[in-house]
Design a binder for this molecule. Structure first.
Ligand code: GAP
Length: 432
């Protein structure tokens, strides 16, 4: 198994992910995305949106505020119960999550740990010029509540028939006691969530349907499916709102841990928001004239855990011509750069002009295409391999004679000579 250090080092060296606020010594639990990281992240979010929203007829997308009225979090149970057990070392004063330490000794200095107490993980802030309790707000710890508070808006405007879902992709913030393992446990991260509203007697069918959709998603983006497994969460370990939860786990370099969650939230959230807002959030079925509170199935996917699982799944080492090579075997749909175009040499203007023409044509259709004329061809191939570019197109002397280029496949390192007009078709076919 690839070590986490290998992945972190590649991610930094090749411009995927950097430590947050690095020049000031960093800020624990925050990471910044470079050009390749943001391209990879956007590909994941766009593919998710397509599969979970656009390709379906029963989904409505929203993009709601990060800051919400504090009453939302009182209603949802987060003010009272969104906490982790915290212990503090009596000697060095460092704080740890109680369930992350073995025994009663401080893992840093060996000192004695104090009593465990609950620590609320929401980031508190003040809205407006007043810093009194009336102005308190929280950065959302899950995107889900933005969906629940808009349930009535969607029903009133679109009159959806049950079952239907509301989806959102966006930032979530948690003041994790011990952020760690690169982008696995962060204080600022992104979620891709669906709240799927069903009749109570339909929840098991819907749960099973979403379980399958989530597994299909993992496979479609190229996760190593031998590293993905499911864990039925026992009642005592489930979130306060859940009557059934399955965690999808992934075999990371630091062990098997949660990747995604699928929960049956019952009618908990709508009930609580009705109580706290005094608004009628019942659903009126226009056909049966029935009033009811829908129940909810929630597939919840973390963007960063997807990225980490993808980097681990795609990382490969092999040898080419006696030289060690590292590469990322991303699926073309996920790869940040789809193709790179090279002129064989950079001091022949007609070769460079032809390569530019090929590059411009491909870029117009595929967007993230790169032009590279630096160093020898072997080095250029290695650079593209390391960032997971599926194809490299080289324009050489023969191109000027017969209009063919070489297309080199990242995984096999084999080159094929094809006519320029067929290159786009080859990519298109494999970009699904
Ligand atoms: N709305 C339900 C919810 O938020 P969760 O299991 O707390 O459930 C859902 O979070 C997903 O969000 C997780 O499965 C994981 O992918 C991601 N996630 C949660 N906490 C995270 C953190 N601190 N850093 C990165 N991703 C996180």
């Amino acid at each position: 198994m690839t070590s986490l250090e290998t992945i972190v080092s590649l991610a930094k060296r090749r411009g995927f992910i950097f430590p947050g606020s690095d020049i000031y010594g960093g800020l624990a639990g925050t990471w910044d995305y470079g050009p390749l990281g943001v391209a990879l992240k956007n590909n994941i979010k766009n593919l998710w949106w397509q599969k979970f929203v656009t390709d379906r007829e029963d989904m409505y997308g929203v993009d709601t505020a990060l800051l919400m009225n504090a009453r939302v979090w009182e209603a949802s149970g987060h003010v009272a119960g969104f906490s982790d057990p915290l212990v503090e070392c009596k000697k060095c004063k460092k704080r740890f999550r109680a369930d992350h330490v073995d025994g009663a000794k401080c893992p840093e200095c060996g000192g004695v740990l104090g009593e465990s107490r609950q620590f609320n993980m929401m980031f508190k802030t003040h809205v407006g010029a007043m810093e009194d309790s009336a102005a308190v707000s929280y950065l959302r710890p899950e995107t889900a509540q933005g969906i629940f508070v808009n349930f009535k808006n969607i029903v009133d405007v679109f009159h959806p028939k049950l079952p239907f879902g509301i989806a959102q992709v966006g930032k979530a913030f948690r003041n994790e006691i011990t952020p760690r393992d690169f982008i696995f446990r962060m204080r600022e991260f992104e979620q891709m969530e669906v709240e799927y509203f069903v009749r109570e007697n339909d929840w098991q069918r819907a749960f099973e349907e979403w379980r399958m959709v989530m597994l299909a998603w993992c496979e479609s983006i190229g996760l190593d499916m031998t590293s993905v497994s499911e864990l039925e969460i026992a009642a005592d370990d489930r979130a306060h709102y859940s009557k059934r939860t399955i965690d999808f786990e992934f075999e990371y370099p630091f062990g098997k841990k949660e990747l995604y969650g699928l929960a049956y939230r019952t009618d908990y959230d709508l009930t609580k928001h009705m109580e706290y807002s005094s608004k009628d959030l019942e659903y009126f079925d226009e056909e049966t004239k029935e009033r009811l509170k829908p129940h909810v199935i929630e597939p919840s996917l973390g963007v960063e855990r997807t990225i980490l699982a993808l980097l681990v799944s795609a990382y490969r080492e092999d040898e080419i011509g006696g030289d060690k090579r590292e590469y990322l075997a991303f699926k073309p749909s996920v790869a940040p750069i789809k193709a790179a175009v090279f002129p064989l040499v950079k001091n022949k203007p007609d070769l460079v002009a032809k390569a530019r023409e090929v590059y411009t044509g491909l870029k117009k259709e595929f967007g993230s295409v790169m032009f590279d004329d630096n160093g020898n061809i072997g080095k250029r191939y290695r650079r593209q391999d390391e960032i997971g570019t599926p194809w490299c197109v080289t324009v050489d002397y023969q191109t000027l004679e017969d209009g063919t280029v070489t297309v080199r496949d990242r995984d096999t390192a084999k080159q094929e000579r094809i006519v320029i007009s067929e290159v786009a078709a080859l990519f298109r076919e494999k970009l699904i």
